[in-house]
Design a protein around this ligand. Structure first.
Ligand code: BES
Ligand code: ZN
Ligand code: ZN
Length: 493
């Protein structure tokens, strides 16, 4: 929970008062704060460079127990992301054993022409909320605890003006943390049915209609691809449908998320080195569920539905095989070239279903789909595919706004022949390794009909081994802020 306050800085009572600092520009107006910053910059180890920090304890005539200065770097290079990171760093450094609260000072001086104070406040709130989270732990003793209270210090006018924006930011960040928690859950605690229930429960709390289809209903819908992937697991597949339907909704946006609760690869078993992390293969589904939940709280005026196929890709005597031919719900037949290319199979059924059942004006899928996308773009940038330039640009811009970066990738028509099968309508892999992320996206496009559609491959950014300024090691929750911003941007179209 974050609250806004406006107080004379010297009188703020808190354990840690966090002040972002530029070395070359006075971004705070308060005389007291400027004097403290001069004191901090006099310490030779602190130059207010990006990522630097310094704590001064028990200053005279200051109610706060300590002041924590966080460097932003030179003003010309400061972006909203700098503020997210500074706030995140400040909060993370405040989470020592005894800590209960912190106050972040929102700059009110010259922060440059490009950044509005509202946006800076929202960015700082975001960084703070996202870093103030202890991942659910399985250790008997846990080290850091989240702060019980965080306040943002600003002036009275902005306090009044920012309440609604803060509510929105809080909803989106809380949902992002929810997505992180789901992705961090070990696979033995999130079978398709367990995860479907967890997600449905969270969604229903916010007035979202949640329906869980079991394997019989999935069979009745003739989703042969989803059933095939799930056949090798003792835990049968589920299809989770989340529907946020406000009165007087203007059109529907369908979000489709890959929900492989563990990807062993199937009979094309993943080797050691690739299999260990495959509990995260439902990160797209988690981002979709969390985005629908956040959207419901922020009162969008469009119907937003989440379609999440949940399945475990395992090995057994019942498992589907390379060479099998399965029939998707839209009637197309698929020859299985590799059982480890399972994400596109379950998404094929989910996309075809979403397009037909909801007739959305826009459909976006998110998936940890290919290792090839990680090879192409690394671990921080998602691959963005769409035959619709306007939709692609809109998502690209949303990614820049929230710093969940996407890079536009091509969907070349002449590559489609790579998916040709001798026996069936198509194969689920191409003949070689090259262009794997593109081939996967082209496969998906066979199931979207005429619906405006985009695909986001988050295999890289879904998970970080190391901590970042506003993320612990582990799941990042990537995609929630991106989808929420995209939905908001689509609302004005
Ligand atoms: N879940 C993986 C993709 C993945 C890789 C996610 C690394 C996160 C990190 C996906 O199902 C997969 O196995 N893809 C194969 C496709 C290949 C068999 C055509 C791949 O990328 O190697
Ligand atoms: Zn796979
Ligand atoms: Zn997978």
């Amino acid at each position: 929970m974050i609250k806004l306050t406006s107080m004379e800085p010297t009188r703020i009572q808190t354990e840690t008062l966090i002040i972002p600092v530029c070395p070359d520009q006075a971004i705070h107006r308060s005389k007291a704060i400027r004097a403290w910053i001069r004191q901090a910059l006099a310490v030779h180890t602190f130059q207010a460079k990006k990522g630097e920090d310094l704590a001064l304890h028990h200053l005279p005539d200051v109610k706060a127990s300590r002041i924590l200065f966080v460097g932003l770097g030179n003003q010309a290079d400061v972006t909203l992301e700098s503020y997210r990171q500074a706030a995140g760093t400040g909060i993370r450094l405040s989470q020592h054993a005894a800590a209960g609260d912190a106050v972040l000072v929102v700059p009110d001086g010259d922060t440059g022409a490009d950044l509005t104070r509202d946006d800076i406040l929202a960015a700082m709130a975001e960084g703070a909320l996202l870093s103030n989270h202890a991942p659910s732990h399985y250790k008997s003793e846990h080290q850091t605890l989240p702060l019980k209270s965080i306040r943002l210090q600003t002036d009275t006018a902005l306090v009044r003006k920012s309440q609604i924006a803060l509510k929105r930011t809080t909803a989106i960040c809380t949902s992002t943390l929810l997505a992180r928690d789901w992705v961090n859950l070990p696979a033995n605690e999130k079978s398709p049915d367990q995860l479907a229930r967890l997600m449905a429960q969270a969604a229903r709390r916010h007035g979202i209609k949640a329906t869980i289809l079991d394997e019989k209903k999935i069979g009745a819908l003739k989703m042969g691809a989803l059933l095939a992937v799930g056949a090798g697991s003792a835990h049968p597949p589920r299809l989770l449908l989340l529907e946020y339907h406000p009165p007087k909704a203007r059109g529907t946006i369908a979000l489709v998320g890959k929900g492989v609760t563990f990807d062993a690869g199937g009979l094309n078993l993943k080797p050691t080195g690739s299999i260990e992390l495959m509990k995260i293969d439902m990160a797209g589904g988690a981002a979709v569920a969390a985005s629908v939940i956040a959207t419901a709280q922020t009162g969008a005026r469009q119907r937003v539905v989440g379609v999440i196929p949940l399945v475990e890709n395992m090995v057994s005597g019942e498992a589907f095989r390379p060479g099998d031919i399965v029939r998707s719900t839209n009637g197309r037949t698929i020859e299985i070239g590799n059982t480890d290319a399972e994400g596109r199979l379950i998404l094929a059924d989910a996309l075809a279903y979403a397009a037909k059942a909801y007739r959305p004006r826009v459909m976006i899928d998110m998936a940890t789909l290919t290792g090839a996308c990680v090879v192409a773009l690394g671990e921080k940038i998602a691959g963005l595919f769409s035959p619709d330039d306007a939709l692609r640009d809109l998502i690209d811009q949303a990614g820049r706004d929230v710093y969940e970066r996407c890079w536009p990738m091509p969907l070349p028509e002449d590559y489609r022949e790579l998916l040709k099968s001798e026996l069936a309508d198509m194969r689920n892999i191409g003949p070689g390794r090259w262009g794997g992320a593109i081939v996967a996206a082209l496969f998906l496009s066979e199931f979207t009909g005429k619906t405006r559609w985009a695909h986001i491959d988050i295999a890289g950014p879904a998970y970080h081994k190391k901590s970042s300024p506003y993320g612990q090691p582990g799941a990042t929750g990537f995609g929630v802020r991106l989808l929420c911003r995209t939905i908001a941007a689509l609302e004005t179209q």
